[in-house]
Design a protein. Structure first.
Lengths: 79, 706
């Protein structure tokens, strides 16, 4: 999958269970989960819903280490 | 450096070639997920909430579990959590027959504590509206503001101004094959899922994550699928539920969404309401644009739209917000944010042009910086007969009045790296092209065959294309963003070229010629410098004996390019007594880069136009404010275009270069704007709300008369 592709350098950890369409398609990557895009739809792979296991909404802004369900990847850990 | 060569050199690429799966599809041989039936398979059903907003107090599965024929019943939502929209999943069953499953979900007892709901944008934004998202204020997201230039200065230069509100309602995807899966566990560590998905490998990854399995122990198969339009990324609740029911019962489970559920929970295109004030100079330059707008994507966010669009405005301010309602969530839908934005912008452009006393096409030429579209305006105008339009809108005589309009669009596409593929030449002369992409119905399978056949001097029917299966372990990205063809085509071409090179290396000594002197065409390998030296394809591959040649492809940036432009012209006829709107003809001039298969490219354009037509004249989700329920969650009251509505469509594949770009999304963008402008040209009354239905036309005519 990585042929010709450069992995993004994430400046903060993101949740491995956060999803948006852009990460599924060619040319997309996890950078799409670092900042909120007001035109994007986000969901959680744990629930397959727009809320996480804690019943709170998910998004790059909302999915942080302070949530018990946060499953981080990349970046420097921040609270 | 690879290239697709000149058009004159292409034997297959760019020609009109029937899709390889066509016969299988019309005879029913092609198996969609819906058609998959496994030995001992159970049928899954999901109980959904009919309440739009509630707390879950209790769920009792015992009666359903006791029903003969029921093999598993599972809760999907936990007690204490919230239902946020009609259709939200509560519990699921697996049973010996679909009828038993339906009976079983009726036996599940659910105690819900109803909460106040809002299902329309106006109700959600009204003062005192119940708060339905505690992370937002007043059910609205923070505004997303963009400012460029000097807005006040721009308006000061304007000779004319238009102030108007444009509205596009929520549209649902209406995939003919509903979302669904058939899940089967080989043992407790190996899962196979037939999925109606746009992302075979993405679905594999998500299911592996859900069941804590290594990705290579999940197999996802999508041999054929019946449309996704952006709504089928990942397994969704229904996919994970099918797999969970299959795991519990040890039997295969099929779980396809009903048509009603498809409307309620499987995604939609968000609404758009925008109030815009714009100005143009006396010489026809768009000079100032001030827009405040919002839309709803259900309880979630993502209701973005493009504004301004296509045309250059030096001074602007835009402010957009998401509005939350207790309705199922939006998902990406064919050119997300573009068609509704284009409808508003192209309507606005015509309104400004009229105030300037300018031909709307001329006004566009002044303000459109895209050279490709400038050429398309000329071609499209010729094709539709633009000179026949009413120079004075509504000036036609008689009860039935005709008019013409134009709309524009743009898109990115262009693909990206990440696909892996291999091309194998077997000693019997057969050729296989294998990759993990999926064919949503766009014709990727045929395009892969064309590319390999062109490279190997064979016919497309000589190539066995194996796609839509994760098991060969050749990943490819999801099909979205019009990226598939441009992502897959370079890899297939380079894989076929590498396999050909290897075959030439084997054959060169036989032909007593250097490898670089060999060519292949018409099932024959020959020596360029001595055409008497030839060997038939089958003879050449036969020399491989028990061996095969298998080569992988390499990503090559030079074979793809992003960015396309399109324009469409519409001619309509309106019965001014009944309000009936008939679209007579659409001319779609669509840039798509290199069209690998002109026939399926035209088909893509036709499909996009038809989807745009539906948005323009038919499609609208109706919500009942009192009950919080969708009133037209079916295909009787939610209308999509049929043979009576679909006009003559002239699809013009506008090749601009010899690099692959993609055309899945862009053709649906300009259609609503072109039709709206044609309606105005016919009757001289502007309808600023989609869909343009007979009642809206009659109301507009009545207001004009009053």
């Amino acid at each position: 999958m990585l042929e010709g592709k450069t992995l993004p350098i994430l400046n903060r950890p993101i949740c491995q269970n956060l999803r948006t369409k852009a990460i599924y398609i060619p040319g997309g990557n996890l950078q799409n989960l670092v900042e909120n895009n007001p035109g994007s739809h986000y969901w959680c792979n744990c629930t397959m819903q727009v809320v996480g296991p804690d019943d709170q909404f998910v998004s790059p802004d909302a999915c942080k280490q302070s949530r018990a369900c946060f499953n981080p990847v990349g970046g420097k850990p921040v609270v | 450096m690879a290239s697709w060569g000149e058009a004159s050199e292409s034997r297959l690429i760019g020609k009109r070639i029937p899709r390889l799966s066509g016969k299988d599809k019309v005879t029913g041989k092609a198996k969609y997920t819906f058609d998959i039936n496994r030995p001992g398979m159970l049928y899954g059903r999901i109980l959904r909430s009919e309440i739009a907003h509630a707390n879950v107090v209790a769920i009792d599965l015992s009666e359903a579990e006791a029903l003969p024929g029921v093999k598993a019943v599972i809760p999907i939502i936990e007690v204490g959590k919230k239902i946020r929209y009609q259709g939200q999943e509560i519990a699921a069953v697996a049973a010996e027959t679909d009828d038993i499953a339906k009976d079983a979900i009726r036996l599940i007892r659910v105690d819900l504590e109803e909460l106040p709901h809002v299902v329309t944008e106006a109700d959600a934004m009204a003062e005192g509206a119940p708060q339905i998202r505690d992370d937002w204020e007043g059910n609205q997201s923070n505004p997303n503001v963009r400012e460029e230039g000097d807005l006040a200065g721009g308006f000061a230069q304007a000779a004319v101004e238009v102030e108007a509100t444009y509205h596009a309602p929520v549209q649902t995807h209406v995939c003919l094959e509903t979302h669904g899966h058939v899940a089967e566990w080989e043992d407790d560590q190996n899962l196979t899922v037939w999925a109606s998905t746009q992302a075979v490998f993405g679905t594999r990854r998500d299911l592996a994550g859900s069941f804590n399995l290594p990705a290579n122990q999940v197999r996802v198969i999508t041999e054929h699928m019946g449309g996704g339009f952006g709504s089928k990324f990942g397994p969704g609740v229904e996919g994970r539920t099918a797999a969970e029911l299959a795991r519990m019962t040890g039997r295969a489970v099929k779980l396809m969404l009903t048509r009603k559920a498809e409307h309620l929970v499987a995604g939609n295109r968000p609404s758009m309401i925008q109030h815009v004030r714009a100005g143009a100079t006396s010489d026809g330059r768009l000079i100032a644009y001030d827009m405040k707008g919002y839309g709803t994507g259900g309880i979630s966010s993502g209701a973005g739209f493009q504004a301004p669009y296509v045309y250059h405005v030096p001074n602007l301010r835009t402010e957009k917000m998401n509005v939350a309602v207790n309705v199922g969530n939006q998902r990406a839908m064919r050119a997300p944010g573009h068609p509704q934005g284009a409808f508003a912008m192209d309507s606005l452009m015509d309104e400004l042009a009229e105030k300037l006393g300018m031909n709307p096409l001329e006004f566009r030429r002044i303000n459109d910086p895209n050279e490709t579209r400038q050429a398309q305006y000329t071609l499209g105008a010729q094709e539709i007969g633009w000179h026949r339009r009413n120079s004075v809108p509504g000036s036609g005589t008689g009860v039935k009045k005709r008019g013409m309009g134009v709309g524009s669009g743009l898109w990115g596409g262009g693909g990206g790296p990440g696909t892996q593929a291999r091309v194998t030449i077997n000693s019997d002369g057969s050729v296989e092209a294998v990759t993990g992409t999926q064919d949503l119905g766009t014709g990727v399978r045929t395009a892969i065959a064309i590319i390999a056949a062109e490279e190997l001097g064979l016919n497309p029917t000589d190539i066995s294309v194996k796609i839509g299966d994760s098991e060969p372990g050749l990943p490819s990205g999801g099909s979205g963003g019009s990226q598939t063809m441009a992502s897959v085509a370079p890899i297939i071409k380079t894989a076929a070229a590498a396999a050909k090179q290897k075959l030439f290396e084997h054959i060169a000594p036989q032909l007593e010629a250097p490898v670089e002197d060999l060519r292949v065409g018409n099932h024959t390998i020959y020596v360029v410098s001595d055409r008497t030296k030839t060997i038939k394809w089958g003879q050449a591959t036969g020399l491989l004996g028990m061996e095969s040649i298998t080569e992988s492809g390499q990503w090559d940036e030079e074979l793809r390019q992003g960015g396309v432009a399109g324009t469409q012209f519409a001619e309509v006829e309106i019965d001014t007594e009944t309000g009936e709107l008939r679209v007579i003809k659409i001319v779609a001039v669509q840039d798509c880069g290199l069209a690998i298969n002109r026939l399926t490219t035209e088909s893509q354009i036709n499909g996009g136009v038809i989807m745009g037509l539906g948005q323009a004249i038919l499609e609208e989700r109706f919500m009942d404010a009192q009950t919080g329920r969708m009133l037209n969650a079916n295909l009787e009251d939610y209308k999509v275009p049929g043979t009576f509505e679909i006009p003559e469509i002239k699809s013009i594949v506008f090749d601009t270069h010899r690099k692959v770009t993609g055309v899945g999304e862009p053709p649906c963008i300009p259609t609503p704007g072109a039709i709206a402008n044609a309606v105005y040209n016919a009757i001289g009354v502007r309808v600023r709300e989609l869909p343009i239905t007979p009642d809206r036309i009659l109301n507009a005519l009545a207001e004009k008369k009053a």
